[in-house]
Design a protein around this ligand. Structure first.
Ligand code: ATP
Ligand code: MG
Length: 421
C-alpha cells in the first residue's frame, strides 16, 4: 500500500476529550476515528489490525471445533423476558429502540438467549450434541464510563463462543480446551507473559469462572497475583475463605491493575431451562442442555496491545497483528532515478508476499520517521540515494530499535512472511 494513497493522515494531537493512551495513539496514527465517547470507527489501517487479531482467534477456536456464524443486533424483548434479562432494573446497559408499531426491541448486549433459541430448532437428541458455535459481532452496551478508549466501547466487537453439551463432564472438557486456546491466542498476539488466568465469581453453576487479565496501569480491574505459584484472583473473590481454599498465602499476593481481555464461564442450564432447550438422552429422558460461554473482545485486545507495548514514540505492533510487516520509507524520491529504484524494491517485496506500507509521500525525512514510529510497523526499511549507491539497506526493528544492515538479497530473504519460510 502506498502511503500517498492512504486517505488517513497522522495527526500531532488527539481530540482534547480523549484521555486514554490507546485511543490517543490510534487516532493520531490514523487507525481509528472517534465518533463520540466510547464509539469508534475502524479506518483502513485499524481494520487490518483487527482482521489479523480476528484471524488468530478464529484459527485457535476452529482448532477446538468452533463453528462460525453471525447473529443479529436487533433483539426481541419477549425472548429476554424469559430469562429475566430485559428489565432495566436487572440489566442497566441496554440500548432499547422500537418498531413503528411500538414493539420494543433491544440492541444485543450478548447472545446467550438468541443462540439458545436458535439451538432449539436443531438439538433434540443426544446425537445432536455437543455443538460449539461462535461469532464476531458488534455488541451495544450503554456503559456508564467510557474513559478507556477502545478498551471500553459503547459499541464494540466481541467474539462470543458457546458450548452446548450433554452434561457437566462434557462441558468441562471443552472448557479446558478453550482455556488452552485462549492462552495460545494471548501468546500469539504478544501479551502471553503479562496475561494471567484469574479466578473470578462463577454464578450459580460453579464456584468460579475464569478471566484472562493483562497487567497494565490502564486497567480498570484489580487482581491479586502469587507470582511464584502463577495463580491470580479477582478482587471479588479475594476473601479470606477463597485464599485459604486455593492454598495461597495472603502475604504473597500482590495487587496489580489489569485489563480483562477475555473470560470463560460455566452457564450450566441457566439458559437452556427457561428457553426449553432439551434433548432426549440414551435412556429416553428429556434433559436440559448443559452450556458454557466464552467471551473475548478483539477491539479491547487491540487497545490492550497499544497500552502494553507502545513506547514514547508511538505504537509498537507485534508482527502477528501488525497492519503491514515492512514500512518502506522512501527518501530522495524527487530524483526520478531514485524513485524508480525505490518502486522496484517495493514491488520486489510485495511480489514476494511481504506486506508493505510504502512511504512515497513528498514530505521531509524527519516527518517520515516520526510517522513511522507512531504507526508502529515492525520493520522499517529506508530506501534512498545512499542505499542505491551502497547496495546496503538499513532495517530498524520498531520494538527494539535494533539496526541491521542487509544486502538486497538478504532483505528479501529475511522479510518473506513466516508462513512461506
Ligand atoms: P467488564 O467487566 O470489563 O465490563 P464484562 O464482564 O462486561 O467486562 P463480558 O460481558 O463477559 O465482559 O464480555 C466478554 C468480553 O468482551 C470481555 O472479556 C472483554 O474482552 C470484552 N468487552 C466487554 N465489554 C466491553 C466494552 N465495553 N468494550 C470493549 N470490549 C468489551
Ligand atoms: Mg461490562
Amino acid at each position: 500500500m502506498r502511503q500517498s494513497h492512504l486517505f488517513t493522515k497522522t495527526r500531532k494531537e488527539a481530540p482534547s476529550d480523549e484521555t486514554s493512551k490507546n485511543a490517543q495513539l490510534l487516532i493520531r496514527a490514523g487507525y481509528v476515528y472517534k465518533e463520540m465517547a466510547g464509539v469508534y470507527s475502524y479506518l483502513p489501517l485499524g481494520l487490518r489490525v483487527l482482521e489479523n487479531i480476528k484471524q488468530i482467534i478464529r484459527e485457535e477456536i476452529h482448532r477446538e471445533g468452533g463453528q462460525e456464524m453471525v447473529m443479529t443486533a436487533l433483539q426481541e424483548k419477549e425472548l429476554w423476558e424469559q430469562t429475566d434479562r430485559w428489565d432495566d432494573s436487572v440489566v442497566d446497559i441496554w440500548f432499547k429502540t422500537e418498531l413503528k408499531n411500538g414493539t420494543e426491541l433491544g440492541l444485543g448486549i450478548t447472545h446467550e438467549e438468541p443462540l439458545t433459541r436458535i439451538m432449539t430448532s436443531y438439538i433434540s437428541s443426544y446425537r445432536d450434541l455437543p455443538q460449539y458455535a461462535y461469532q464476531f459481532q458488534n455488541k451495544f452496551r450503554n456503559e456508564t464510563r467510557a474513559k478507556s478508549g477502545i478498551m471500553r466501547g459503547r459499541e464494540f466487537l466481541m467474539k462470543d463462543l458457546y458450548d452446548f453439551s450433554k452434561n457437566e463432564a462434557e462441558h468441562n472438557e471443552f472448557y479446558e480446551r478453550i482455556r488452552g486456546a485462549y492462552k495460545r491466542i494471548f501468546e500469539r498476539v504478544g501479551i502471553g507473559d503479562s496475561t494471567y488466568v484469574t479466578f473470578a465469581s462463577g454464578g450459580i453453576f460453579s464456584e468460579f469462572s475464569e478471566e484472562f487479565q493483562t497487567v497494565s496501569d490502564a486497567g480498570e480491574d484489580l487482581i491479586y497475583v502469587d507470582e511464584e505459584k502463577g495463580v491470580a484472583l479477582n478482587k471479588e473473590v479475594y476473601t479470606d475463605a477463597v485464599i485459604e481454599k486455593l492454598g495461597l498465602d495472603k502475604s504473597a499476593l500482590v495487587e496489580k491493575k489489569s485489563i480483562e481481555v477475555g473470560n470463560i464461564f460455566h452457564l450450566g442450564t441457566k439458559f437452556s431451562e427457561p428457553l426449553g432447550l432439551q434433548y432426549t438422552d440414551e435412556a429416553g429422558n428429556k434433559v436440559p442442555v448443559y452450556m458454557g460461554s466464552y467471551g473475548l473482545g478483539p477491539t479491547r485486545l487491540m487497545g490492550t496491545l497499544v497500552e502494553v507495548l507502545a513506547d514514547e514514540k508511538g505504537i509498537v505492533w507485534p508482527e502477528s497483528v501488525a497492519p503491514f510487516r515492512v514500512h518502506l520509507v522512501g527518501l530522495n524520491l524527487d530524483d526520478a532515478e531514485i524513485r524508480d529504484y525505490a518502486e522496484g524494491i517495493y514491488s520486489a517485496l510485495t511480489t514476494r508476499g511481504v506486506t508493505v506500507l510504502y512511504d512515497d509521500r513528498d514530505v521531509r525525512p524527519g516527518e517520515k520517521f516520526a510517522d513511522s514510529d507512531l504507526i508502529g510497523i515492525p520493520y522499517r526499511v529506508v530506501v534512498s540515494r545512499k542505499t542505491k549507491s551502497e547496495g546496503i539497506f538499513e532495517v530498524v526493528e520498531r520494538a527494539t530499535g535494533e539496526v541491521h544492515s542487509l544486502s538486497e538479497e538478504e532483505l528479501y530473504q529475511k522479510y518473506i512472511p513466516e508462513a512461506e519460510e
